[in-house]
Design a protein around this ligand. Structure first.
Ligand SMILES: [Zn+2]
Length: 82
């Protein structure tokens, strides 16, 4: 891995408990290696992370799983929340 951690990433999340939408900043300090692929500009590496997020409206705690792609090497290509 040649990414610099932590990665900070802002996203809008929806609470499963009260349905309110809020903005959350993830500070991703720990990435789990998932897979890698050979592409035009070299290797593409996929990672995942999980974070427990607390809803600011109702204090409901939920686990969010996200995916990070490193491509080309050293660059965060996409962060997607699942
Ligand atoms: Zn809520």
């Amino acid at each position: 891995m040649s990414l610099e951690l932590p990665i900070s990433h802002q996203d809008n999340l929806k609470c499963k408990n009260c349905n309110s939408t809020f903005n959350h900043t993830f500070i991703i300090g720990n990435l789990e290696y998932e897979s890698n692929d050979e592409r035009g500009m070299g290797e593409e590496i996929q990672y995942s992370f999980t974070e427990e997020v607390t809803c600011p409206s109702c204090n409901h705690k939920g686990e969010v799983i996200g995916e990070v792609w490193e491509y080309p090497v050293g660059t965060v290509n996409l962060i997607q929340l699942t």
